[in-house]
Ligand binder design. Structure first.
Ligand SMILES: [Zn+2]
Length: 297
């Protein structure tokens, strides 16, 4: 676990298309000073408006996670945010010349490789953590997601699809940068061919292709080369989960236990957390008695 804040050693460029818009997008991730957090900047708009990657900026989670402020949006932020949180990068400016983050190959691997190549540096400021004090769980119709007190950030996730290729998959993993690079960042998003056809007909997933998602038809994976892991599906759900919880705005110290959860359900838990401040506090590990005003949310 890193105790000091971290940022990139230099700028990183990523280029691709938005999966929903089909529009080309250029993204430059730049270093930022301590206590800056993660912010998106729309360089295609006048005055370059910025949107912090915080839960209160979330405006939609139905097709992708969308952040918005003063009428300006950035869409499909989940994989780049998962990547920065997974690699323990606390401070960065993400410049974007479109309203949608490029989908790349449907995973966080291209971002993670580019960031690793540029390097990550430690900064002269301590990291504040979001520390869970009491278990909090939400359940609804067989789905559940909860967070329990833990000295580490850990995720235990189960999916259960009525499909022979996916079925029930469970993974339990510590969220730390080496494991994120080795086990999680390359897991791609997935969907079924009939859903994809439906979305295309309705003007969605315009940039979607076999280049940026696992596509399942019947009992077969249509992508050449098949899956990157036999359980790539659960690994991607964990990637999404790391992205969702990164919207706390600081690293989490807690054990997330999820069953059949997704962006929308994870956001309901975040909302419950912010409505019930007795379940958590911010501070440094091992100093849980600190006053709670370390960082205003
Ligand atoms: Zn995803």
């Amino acid at each position: 676990m890193f105790y000091n804040q971290r940022t990139l050693a230099g700028p990183v460029k990523c280029e691709g298309v938005g999966v929903h818009s089909g529009k080309p997008a250029k993204m430059v991730i730049k270093p930022a000073p301590p206590n800056h957090g993660i912010k998106f900047v729309r360089t295609d708009l006048m005055d370059h408006p910025s949107i912090p990657a915080l839960f209160r900026m979330v405006t939609d989670t139905s097709m992708a996670t969308v952040l918005g402020k003063d009428g300006v949006i950035v869409s499909t932020v989940e994989h780049i945010l998962a990547c920065l949180a997974g690699l323990s990068v606390d401070n960065a400016v993400i410049e974007l010349d479109s309203y949608e983050v490029p989908i790349m190959d449907g995973s966080a691997l291209p971002f993670a490789e580019a960031i690793s190549k540029a390097g990550i540096v430690e900064q002269d400021a301590k990291r504040f953590f979001f520390i869970i004090k009491k278990p909090i769980v939400i359940e609804d119709g067989g789905r559940s997601v909860g967070i329990y007190p833990s000295p580490l950030y850990r995720i235990s996730y189960t999916i259960d699809y009525d499909h022979p290729l996916i079925g029930q998959q469970t993974m339990d993993i510590k969220v730390e940068s080496d494991l994120f690079m080795k086990e999680i960042c390359m897991a791609r998003t997935f969907g079924f061919y009939h859903e994809y056809e439906y979305m295309k007909q309705h003007g969605l997933a315009r940039g979607g292709s076999l280049e940026n998602a696992i596509v399942i038809e019947g009992e077969k994976v249509l992508n050449e080369g098949g899956l990157r892991f036999p359980d790539e599906f659960i690994r991607h759900k964990i990637l999404d989960c790391i992205g969702d919880f990164s919207l706390l705005g600081m690293p989490l110290l807690g054990h997330v236990v999820a069953r059949k959860s997704g962006h929308m359900f994870n956001h309901r838990l975040l909302e419950a957390l912010f409505n019930h401040k007795e379940y958590w506090e911010t501070g440094f590990p091992g100093q849980q008695d600190r006053p709670m005003n370390a960082l205003a949310l």
